[in-house]
Structures are given as C-alpha cells and as structure tokens.
Design a protein around this ligand. Structure first.
Ligand code: FES
Length: 112
C-alpha cells in the first residue's frame, strides 16, 4: 500500500463531505461522527457524485436516487447488491493521507 497526501489539514468542522482527487481517483472525504473516512466519490448505481450527498445513521446517501452505503465498509443497503470502495486514512502532522493499493499489488494478491 502506498500513502498519498490528500489534504494539508482538515479545517472543515464535521459533518462535511468533499471531493478530492488522489492519483487520478475521485475520492470523497467525509467527516462524520467524530471520524474522517475516505470512500469512492462515484456512485456505482448511475455515477452520481457522492460528495453531493449526505450522511445519516452511519451511511452515505447518494443525492440522485438515495442509495445508501455504509461509511465504514462501503457495503450497499440490502437489495442494492453493490458497494463503494473505502480507503484507509492517516492523520499526520502535515496533513491527511490516503492509502491506495497499487494495481501491481492487487494482481499479486489475486494470485497468492
Ligand atoms: S446514482 Fe447514486 S443512487 Fe442512483
């Protein structure tokens, strides 16, 4: 896993949601319930930007058709049969970092 700086510092007060780009990926940084989460910002249903949505009961809600995804696991609500990617984050002295698994690493893990 490689760590990439996503933001110098979080100045927004939770709750917040903002879209950032890290290594070409659109990621939604979410401040919710006293924690910060990083999830894919593209809704798997029809491609809406999840950073335009909101959080409720530990889930991120898509602004288009209101599909819901667990903010920690990325799992969609029952019946949706989908999920969003989630990414680990680290708060360091100089900012917020997001961990991304490289394509090569993914391939290696598939053939272990
Ligand atoms: S695009 Fe997100 S629920 Fe339809």
């Amino acid at each position: 896993m490689e760590w990439y700086k996503a933001s110098d510092a979080i100045t927004d007060k939770p709750p917040f949601m903002k879209r950032i780009k890290v290594k070409g990926k659109n990621i939604c940084l979410v401040g919710y319930g006293g924690d910060i989460f990083a999830v894919s910002s593209t809704c798997p249903h029809a491609g809406a930007d999840l950073s335009g949505g909101w959080c409720k009961d530990g889930k991120i809600i898509c602004p288009f058709h209101r599909y819901a995804y667990d903010i920690k696991t990325g799992k969609g609500d029952p019946g949706q049969n989908d999920y969003i990617d989630t990414f680990p984050i680290e708060i360091r002295e100089d900012g917020v970092y997001i961990g991304l698994v490289s394509f090569t690493e993914t391939l290696k893990n598939m053939f272990k």
